[in-house]
Write a protein that binds this ligand. Structure first.
Ligand SMILES: *[C@@H]1O[C@H](CO)[C@@H](O)[C@H](O)[C@H]1NC(C)=O
Ligand SMILES: *[C@@H]1O[C@H](CO)[C@@H](O)[C@H](O)[C@H]1NC(C)=O
Ligand SMILES: [Zn+2]
Length: 235
């Protein structure tokens, strides 16, 4: 059994960037342990509540409990609801949660627990990916504040910005050499860095309209990044 478990773990670890696997204690703040699964255990009927192991398991029968639908990504990943996220901590938390809920650990358990583990695992992956990238994290944070960016907002963008994007797209379409591609890539990366700093400031000032404007710009640059990726793939 240990062999299987170890293999499963090493498979999981394959997902994580090198250097984040240090076993320093996870900073798991107690507040995030509360408020999940307050209902009774589906298996033994025992009371739920703030439990060891993050409330995923019944303290009496140890059965895996279903995900808490009211829990947002920030709470699940044990992060403050803020644009500033410690990505190293986020990676540690991801690793900690997958060690608890990954379906590989439930192959010998009941169908109910296998289903729950799939659901937990999907949620954990979604939450991790969403909070890791600045653009998706910002969009998610805006959404929690009731603001969404609809498709086709071109008309709201200032002309100067749209011209800038058109210029970059043109350059990209004309780029014939690796050097030309690299140059465009570094321009876009520098822009994204600046926009990320700016949106971070906007969120700190609770200026959600400003954050929305900046995130919309980041979406445009992210589209350019996708095009660069596609162009790099040799046909
Ligand atoms: C969350 O916010 C509190 C209060 O602002 C702060 O003390 C704490 O260090 C933050 N935690 C993380 C993980 O950033
Ligand atoms: C970031 O904010 C600064 C200060 O407001 C501004 O001058 C700069 O143009 C912004 N950067 C981008 C890429 O929008
Ligand atoms: Zn139970």
């Amino acid at each position: 059994m240990w062999g299987g478990r170890t293999r499963a773990l090493s498979r999981l670890w394959g997902l994580w960037p090198a250097g984040v696997l240090g076993r320093r204690p996870l900073s798991c703040n107690a507040a995030s342990l509360e408020g999940s699964n307050s209902a009774h255990c589906w298996n033994c009927g025992g009371p739920g509540g703030p439990l060891r192991g993050d409330g995923f398991f019944c303290p009496q029968c140890r059965a895996l409990q279903p995900p808490d639908p009211t829990r947002d990504h920030f709470s699940l990943m044990d992060c403050n609801r803020s644009f500033r996220v410690d990505t190293v901590k986020l990676q540690h938390r991801y690793q900690q949660l997958q060690r608890l809920v990954h379906p590989d650990f439930f192959s010998q358990r009941s169908q109910t627990e296998r289903d729950f583990s799939e659901k937990h695992s999907t949620l954990v992956n979604d939450a991790y990916k969403t909070l890791l990238a600045p653009l998706s994290r910002g969009l998610y944070l805006l959404k929690l504040h009731g603001i969404e960016i609809p498709e086709g907002t071109d008309y709201e963008m200032d002309r100067q910005f749209l011209v800038e994007i058109m210029d970059i797209n043109e350059k990209l379409a004309e780029a014939q050499s690796e050097a030309a591609m690299k140059e465009i890539e570094s321009i876009v990366r520098a822009k994204q860095k600046e926009l990320t700093d700016n949106v971070s400031r906007a969120f700190e000032q609770d200026d959600f309209e400003k954050a929305k404007e900046i995130l919309t710009k980041m979406k445009y640059f992210s589209n350019v990044e996708e095009k660069i990726k596609l162009k790099k793939i040799p046909l």
